[in-house]
Design a protein around this ligand. Sequence first.
Ligand code: ADP
Ligand code: XUL
Length: 533
Amino acid sequence: MTQKFMGIDSSTQSLSVTIIEQIDQGDKCFSKIIYECSLNFNEHFSHYGIKDGVLPDTAGTGEALSPPQMWVEALEAAFHKMKDDGVDLSSVQCIGTAGQQHGSVYLNSTASEALGGLSPTASLVEQLKGIYARANSPIWMDSSTSVECAEITEALGGPKAVCALTGSECFERFTGPQIRKFYKNDVSAYTKTFDICLVSSFIPSILSGKILPIDSGDGAGMNLMDITKKEWSYDALEATAPGLSSKLLPITASHSIAGTVSPFFSKKFGLHPDCKIIPGTGDNPSSLVGLGLVKTGVLGISLGTSDTLFAFLPQPVVDPTGQSHVYGSPTGHYMALLCFKNGSLAREAVKNQFALSWDNFSSCLSKAVPGNKSCIMLPFFDTEIVPRVLKAGVKKYGIDDSDAAQNVQAVIEAQMTSMAMHSEWMGLTPKQIYVTGGASANKQILQVMANVFNAEVLSQETTNASGLGSAVRAQHAVLKAAGQDVSFDELVSGYINTSEENITRPQAEAVAALKAFREIYRVKEREYLAGIQ
Ligand code: ADP
Ligand code: XUL
């Protein structure tokens, strides 16, 4: 017997689908990826005026907004593509979804009815255009809410208190400060908001035709959820905006079943009317599952638009420096996460500055002598989250501005060193790192990572761990509902590629050089941060 499960990942620059198939043989079952597709927003949806999925910040205030209608159009386009590609959607048992974290969608009083009454004869975009109380959604790249962060922090008793309560200090991109700013700037639109969704709860709400709750994984990225109770904190809601509790459904566990697919999708695209929908989660909690990080001892790194470093935590532990976050894990436990905003954005800035292809970029790295003769770049092409840098500015020490190879090496060594240095508080000395995201296809970048962390680096079969994680979450929910107690570990272990050619090993000489480099980098970063305070 075979069953299929779908994962959808609505990320910053694209919407991707992963379908897995489970084949039951006697008392054993095997699963594999049978279909993947991705729709890039620049390529397909530039008519929204976006670049890399985000509207231009013309006022230069640090706002980062994206049109939710673009995500809606991408969702329907992905189903059209699957149909065109001949995918048999009728045997999909359940759909799991993930979304870029923190981004929020503001729905008015007509949204519930519009979602519940979608007609298959018209497009989603046409039918959903009137449901928003706010046309554009603030997303995770936004850095415009420092004032609101300070206000909420003060109301809740200081940064350490906020961190202990919600798992993170107040961060500009977190949804609570974003909601507060919206309330202060446009109280009338805030009042007309009936429901606030995250990107991760908006997408499954469209699929199921009803507004679904936020899960504890992504709910932890709002500065609104009590991290130990996994419930809304009424103190945090009060400190954020009046009447907020009425605009949020109670938090849910992402392994529950939330509903079935709406008739729009079954009639238009041939999904079975009983196809289940589970609550969405953030792309990072979803990647945790997709990367098999459902136990301690292994580190995960995603090299996407932003770079993230994450690890499974059995219990919530808080970063004493207040730079990291604790989110819910779809397994019911926790995860630690550090987010480096200048990920692919910085790599691409250097690549574009010297008009390089990715192949040229890689060959610069393959010829590099580790440690770059102690030449250092602090790669804050944009504002940064870890370490917190609120004004963009690249700082170079000893780097020749016309030397492409030196700049390429400097940006990669800086990024990997920064990740290793800022995750020291977790006290992990990982033997292995599982890596994903667009840039994980680059072997030379992975070699620098292996040398900086002194650990083996294993890249995943799919570059979309978040989509795979959501498909596996869907599978887990269906098995659990059927009374089969299968662990996440059992479900994901088959996807971890441990083959010899997939392992990038640390090189002893480079490890030593980069250990010394880390200390120089630490001093330079500290000096720089002290200078910009
Ligand atoms: P997101 O999920 O955040 O939208 P992805 O994980 O899809 O991002 O990563 C997209 C990024 O991957 C691109 O912006 C690009 O910079 C990067 N990328 C793609 N191929 C390579 C490569 N060979 N080397 C380095 N970076 C790459
Ligand atoms: C995590 C974060 C980013 C987004 C990107 O806190 O802000 O990783 O989830 O998709």
